[in-house]
Design a protein around this ligand. Structure first.
Ligand code: PLP
Length: 416
């Protein structure tokens, strides 16, 4: 983006106007205005997304791809338009490279079950990192147990930084895949994925990036990154739940066998044999999440309308402000302070268990997440059982961070 366009986006970012797009933000919780700091788990939805889904169901709904009737054609067109929006959002070369799934988890499982099962053999190595979400650990453990591959784990530093040199040392001629998060859901660490991809490719390995968190904060260009697979979920990107995306390079998808069998994914079937449909339908068995795909398209329009750079700048400001405010609370320890991290703030308090923190701040109308955040091996690495996590979205404000700070002061006073 040009410097000038960046400035226009920043100036144009009006958080109060943005907030009016999210009906749920007007509600109260326990008699207090809702402060929603749990967007890393799932983000709230703007009117534009709600209306896109409602329009489909009220005026246009029918099954897609099979019907010649009017509504079926409209819905097919809507869904393929959404796919094209995803393509443009990721700057993929072709819409054939965009597979709709249910979520990031299914996207990663698809790669493991199709590419992994087909192309990996005993002794091959898959590198993940210590800060992976369970959804980028378990599918590879399945493969390890089934095929005898070796799972190697790249370490993170004490501040939650990705240790690139240590990662580089893990690569060798047996490394076939690097499957790594683009941004940690616990630490907020943004992994230097461009370097990761370059190094992995030099070693002859493919790269899968888990973009579940990154995609809402950082503009992603899969061609520029040159990653082989990129996975994300609609629901974290202000879109509906039940829709996710797997981007993969076309040559890989061509070579991969189908993941699930059924309708939609075939060209012809006899009792003896079947031929697969063209990409990406080969990987989309069964009736897809039609309205949800359209809703995801609306969410992409929404965030690109605001500008990912502007959103990122707004969230960086919130993160810096929150760091400063929370640092003033006695006994509060921030977990994950890697330079360049994005808007997730994990912490512990010496006076209270994270679950108690969560319960008390909830009474003040504040939604934060507490627990292991589906990253138990990372908790073990950090030597904590759980953390409290405030995560910021494009609709959050500094005033809400003040409310959180006050509530956490209250937690400290309550537990002494
Ligand atoms: N990867 C990361 C980094 C995540 O934060 C999450 C969800 O929190 C996932 C994967 C899984 O996403 P989903 O539950 O939408 O499949």
């Amino acid at each position: 983006m040009s410097v000038q366009a960046d400035i226009v986006e920043r100036v144009a970012f009006d958080v109060e106007a943005v907030r009016r797009d999210f009906p749920i933000l007007a509600r109260e919780v326990h008699g207090k205005p809702l402060v929603f700091f749990d967007s890393a788990a799932s983000a709230q939805k703007p009117r534009q997304v709600l209306e896109a889904e409602r329009r489909i169901y009220e005026h246009e709904y029918a099954n897609v791809h099979r019907g010649i009737h009017y509504l079926s054609q409209i819905c097919t067109d809507r869904m393929e338009t959404a796919r094209e929006k995803v393509r443009a959002f990721l700057n993929a070369a072709s819409a054939r490279e965009i597979v709709f799934t249910r979520n990031t988890t299914e996207s990663i499982n698809l790669v493991a079950a199709s590419w992994g099962r087909h192309f990996l053999k005993e002794g091959d190595e898959v590198v993940i990192s210590e800060m992976e979400h369970h959804s980028n650990i378990i599918p590879w453990q399945f493969l390890r147990d089934e095929k005898g591959i070796l799972l190697r784990v790249a370490p993170v530093g004490d501040d939650g930084e990705f240790l690139l040199n240590e990662f580089a040392e893990m690569l060798n001629e047996r490394t076939r895949l690097v499957a790594i998060t683009h941004m940690s859901n616990v630490l907020g660490t943004v992994v230097p994925v461009r370097d990761v991809v370059r190094m992995a490719h030099q070693a002859g390995a493919k790269v899968l990036l888990d973009g579940a968190q990154a995609v809402t904060h950082i503009p992603v260009d899969v061609r520029d990154l040159d990653c082989d697979f990129y996975a994300f979920s609609g629901h974290k990107l202000y879109g509906p739940s039940g829709i996710g995306v797997l981007y993969a390079k076309e040559a890989l998808l061509d070579a991969m066998p189908p993941y699930m069998g059924g309708g939609e994914m075939i060209r012809s079937v006899t009792f003896e044999a079947a031929e697969w449909a063209d990409l990406p339908y080969k990987f989309e068995a069964g009736t897809p999440a039609i309205a949800q795909a359209v809703g995801l398209g609306a969410a992409i329009d929404y965030v690109t309308g605001l500008g990912l750079h502007a959103i990122g700048a707004h969230e960086s400001d919130l993160l810096a402000y929150a760091n400063q405010r929370l640092a003033s609370i006695d006994g509060l320890k921030l977990i994950g302070t890697a330079p360049g991290k994005a808007s997730v703030l994990s912490f512990t308090m010496s006076c209270a268990h994270p679950h108690d923190i969560g319960t008390l701040v909830d009474r003040a109308g504040i939604a934060i997440r507490v627990g292991h955040h589906c990253a138990q091996p990372l908790m073990d690495r950090l030597g904590v059982a759980a953390t409290a996590r405030a995560s910021f979205g494009l609709y959050n404000t500094r005033a809400e961070i003040d409310v959180l700070t006050e509530a956490l002061e209250g937690v400290r006073e309550f537990f002494g």
